[in-house]
Design a protein around this ligand. Sequence first.
Ligand SMILES: [Zn+2]
Length: 425
Amino acid sequence: MNDLLIRDAALPDGRAGVDLLCAGGRIAAIAPRIDAPATRTLDAGGLLVSPPFVDAHFHMDSTLTYGMPRVNASGTLLEGIALWGELKPTLVQDAIVERALAYCDIAVSKGLLAIRSHVDTSDPRLLAVEALVEVRARVKPYLDLQLVAFPQDGLLRSPGALHNLKRALDLGVDVVGGIPHFERTMADGAESVRVLCDLAADRGLRVDMHCDESDDPLSRHVETLAYHAQRLKLHGRVAGSHLTSMHSMDNYYVSKLIPLMREAGVAAIANPLINITLQGRHDTYPKRRGMTRVPELMAAGVPVAFGHDCVMDPWYPLGSGDMLEVASMGLHVAQMTGADAMRACYEAVTTTPAAILGLEGYGLDVGRRADFVLLEARDPVEAIRLRATRLAVVRAGRVIATTPAARTTLDLPGRPGSVSGMRPN
Ligand SMILES: [Zn+2]
């Protein structure tokens, strides 16, 4: 018996009125009309069935800690890092696990079924690492959690950081992280990138560094990252996160830099909600936006994903696990309102991060994993516009979350019985 039959779905590639059949946790067929028995049938009613949302950049060890032990009064990146430093010694492993599981519940309800989370490896106790390794195993049936070893206090700046990072990798952390712009000098930053890329190459791991998260146009560690990706033949396995300094760089320099990233197969991960709030803080007016050059990177063939980065933590008091909100902010900040550009913003929270993470079996094709989301929207752009309700979230052919359609009953003079849905007919 088949697990699930979806009737009358629209797909992100423009196909409409198709059925999807799921069996054995995989997509068994996609066709205009499928006549096959299934344990459960869902009528999509012409609405969008999308592959699940993927968050390429998150911090699950600090999520949902907003206000502990105090709020970030200035709202700046550096006060956030200092606040996290105050909070770290008080962290308890069970509480990290509970908060992370609570966030994963929120994520699933929003159709977010794969997350790459950085985990701070600066604490020699590695409490957060052990906690998130446990969470990764516990959520595996319903969410793919990929962990990045992140030396928050600097690889060379903080004593023991490289040793602790290697211990984290030994415990099963998946990806090598870094923070070159936080090292004491530009030279140390470049050296940290070399050391970390060599380590990743030795261990056969991917790389994802916080890179140039700064308004300083001379913060050019992404150049070094691309150089070592090329040298070590890590094409397709390296990502630079944030890259906000690129916003402020000299245009001529960027015209050389972006092709080098493309040549080295380095992906870019922008975090629009966080970049727009943390960058430009030293400016008066005009204030810089801080987000990296998303449309220019995309036009050059560099894969660009949008990450959520933070939800209610020392750096960001807001956020809801909604990758459509992330896509919407990215779209607005980058002024990507052209039809193709808006669709590219949708891909930046679905297919592009799936490729950056190297997710197996992702996507709506026969033989792929039967993971998808039924949205209360007819196409990806409408989904972004409406932050569409996730009517059903499916993992391995099983419905794991449902949310009722958004409907408001109105009581208006002259319009008896009016009902307002989010979606126009
Ligand atoms: Zn981050």
